[in-house]
Design a protein around this ligand. Structure first.
Ligand code: GDP
Ligand code: ZN
Length: 350
């Protein structure tokens, strides 16, 4: 069965026949599952790889292409992670380390629900996160069944106004409407993920795409030998049409902190205007000749969108600050340790 699956070789330019290369299809704490044209194996990173790892990002993640060592029946080792085309990271304000969620995703479907939870800022935030990692975002407006066609159209134009040329598909994972349009977007051998807050319907959509109750049934079925806790692992699902979907629980509270690149991409038109401001500390509120102020007044820039831009930027700056502070503190700590050592040396003579 494993042999029939397109792991995305083409999209990444990997030679199918090169059996020293495999793709990470699941991650479960320190144990990975990797797959290539020959088969599927449990894999651990070697001690040497771990030793060389400086941060969490040096470790493999689902979607990674890796070089594997010798195969012992159904086990192997991960020797090296190949360079990543795209990354999906979660960042926390106040923490240096970003957590790598997955790698080599082509498109992220950003899911938002069309009911009262509908939140444009949140949608935009996930777009920033995707773009920051080089991933193409596409928007999915789920739970279309909960609103009237008129309301749905309103939401759609709100999304289009806000996100511009990001593709938008309205669906109902519950009654199946729009699902075909979503499926049509999924190409063979390409890798996808679903991003969005808890409850917007990501698992329901994946189950629909898989045309089976894959995610839920896994919990009760032990026959696969994967145990009960598989749901906590991130893993790839292979769709019948040949697309690959990475299911990633834990992207619930995604921080955009430090996603400067993504912010720049998402708000390039605003940034263009900001660059024209006469003063670098322009507040775009009362300054004479401020193009941003003018655009806001004329409505060429949506005010809500601008506010979200400022909020995200502020968050990103705050993250930068804490990073700097931590580094400073780290340096001070280093100095302290050095002094203590010197002290000890003086006293004990070593
Ligand atoms: P997740 O946390 O994003 O994975 O969301 P789930 O897939 O667990 O869905 C959360 C809830 O929304 C569940 O009760 C689903 O049955 C419900 N749901 C998902 N999609 C739809 C939809 O299109 N319409 C409606 N009415 N409910 C939906
Ligand atoms: Zn200005």
């Amino acid at each position: 069965m494993a042999k029939d699956i397109d792991l995305g070789y083409g999209a990444y330019g990997i030679d199918t026949l090169d059996l020293s290369i495999a793709r990470v299809t699941a991650e479960h704490r320190e144990l990975y599952r990797v797959q290539n044209a020959q088969g599927e194996y449990a894999a651990k990173v070697t001690g040497k790889t771990m030793f060389a790892a400086q941060s969490r990002e040096d470790y493999p993640a689902v979607g990674d292409w890796v070089e594997i060592g010798e195969i012992d029946v159904d086990h192997t080792t991960i020797l090296r992670v190949l360079p990543r085309k795209t990354v999906l990271r979660r960042k926390y304000a106040g923490k240096d380390d970003a957590q790598l969620i997955a790698a080599n995703i082509d498109t992220a479907f950003i899911v938002e629900s069309a009911n009262r939870d509908f939140n444009l800022n949140r949608l935009e935030r996930y777009c920033v996160l995707a773009k920051d990692g080089g991933i193409r975002p596409a928007a999915v407006l789920n739970k279309a069944d909960l609103v009237s066609p008129v309301e749905l159209d309103e939401m759609k134009s709100l999304v289009e106004n806000r996100l511009g040329n990001v593709q938008l598909i309205a669906i109902s994972a519950k009654d199946g409407s729009g699902m075909q349009a979503l499926k049509d977007q999924i190409e063979r051998g390409k890798t996808y993920c679903l991003l969005g807050s808890s409850g917007v319907g990501k698992s329901t959509i994946i189950n629909r795409l898989l045309e089976e109750e894959a995610i839920e049934t896994q919990e009760i079925s032990d026959s696969t030998g994967r145990g009960k806790h598989t749901t906590t692992a991130r893993e790839m699902h292979f769709l019948k049409g040949g697309g690959i979907v990475i299911d990633n629980p834990g992207t619930r509270e995604v921080g955009v902190a430090d996603s400067e690149e993504g912010i720049r991409n998402t708000f390039d038109d605003i940034e263009e205007l900001v660059r024209q401001c006469r003063f670098s500390d322009c507040t775009h509120t009362h300054e004479k000749g401020c193009a941003v102020k003018q655009a806001l007044e004329q409505g060429t820039i949506d005010r809500k969108r601008f506010e979200n831009y400022q909020k995200l930027l502020e968050e990103s700056n705050r993250f930068e600050m804490t990073k700097l502070e931590r580094r400073e503190r780290g340096k001070m700590f280093g100095k302290m340790v050095k002094n203590v050592k010197k002290d000890l040396k003086g006293r004990k003579g070593y």
